[in-house]
Design a protein around this ligand. Sequence first.
Ligand SMILES: [Cu+2]
Ligand SMILES: [Zn+2]
Length: 210
Amino acid sequence: MSARRFIPCSRTWAHAESIRSDQAVSVRRFALAISPLLLLLALSAVAQSTDERATAMLRNAAGHDVGEVSLTQTQGGVLLKLAIKGILPGEHAFHIHAVGKCEGPSFESAGPHFNPGNAHHGIMSGVGHAGDMPNLHVPQSGALEVEVINAAITLDRNKPNSVFHPEGTSVVIHGGKDDYTSDPAGNAGNRIACGVIRQAPATVGQSPAK
Ligand SMILES: [Cu+2]
Ligand SMILES: [Zn+2]
């Protein structure tokens, strides 16, 4: 009885063993096949991580430093941290413009609002431009720190709404407030400050010079 049982058991065991060794070979082959892929993924992760932050140093029409915006890629969009000083108190439009060029005093070089979706201006008139953002409320001190998420832009160079598109982009503050409806720019008046959006240095722990 026990011998009869042993034979099929032994066959089963031998069969299982051959499956195991086949699996081991195929797992090894699979590992060899995917290792270049893993390397590529690792390299692309490194390449992407350098694009996860950007900065824009803001200058006014006279060329003076009036603050900075740091941009960080998040799952929910790009987080913009703005710290400004020496801005006239009141409401000011705050946009991403479509050209990475800030030539004072008019900053017309920054072009129109960043608009990869070919939309009309204004968050009250529709989806608005990707570069449309809420007004800044600058207090009497002329200094303000504020954070805002812009889900319509990305720091990913491979996407059409990337702030690193071929012409670059810039952050612009206007003398007046954005009415959130008037095409093409919200009737926001002069451009009073501008900063080109640039990839932040890959090294961490070093804040850019002010
Ligand atoms: Cu603007
Ligand atoms: Zn706009």
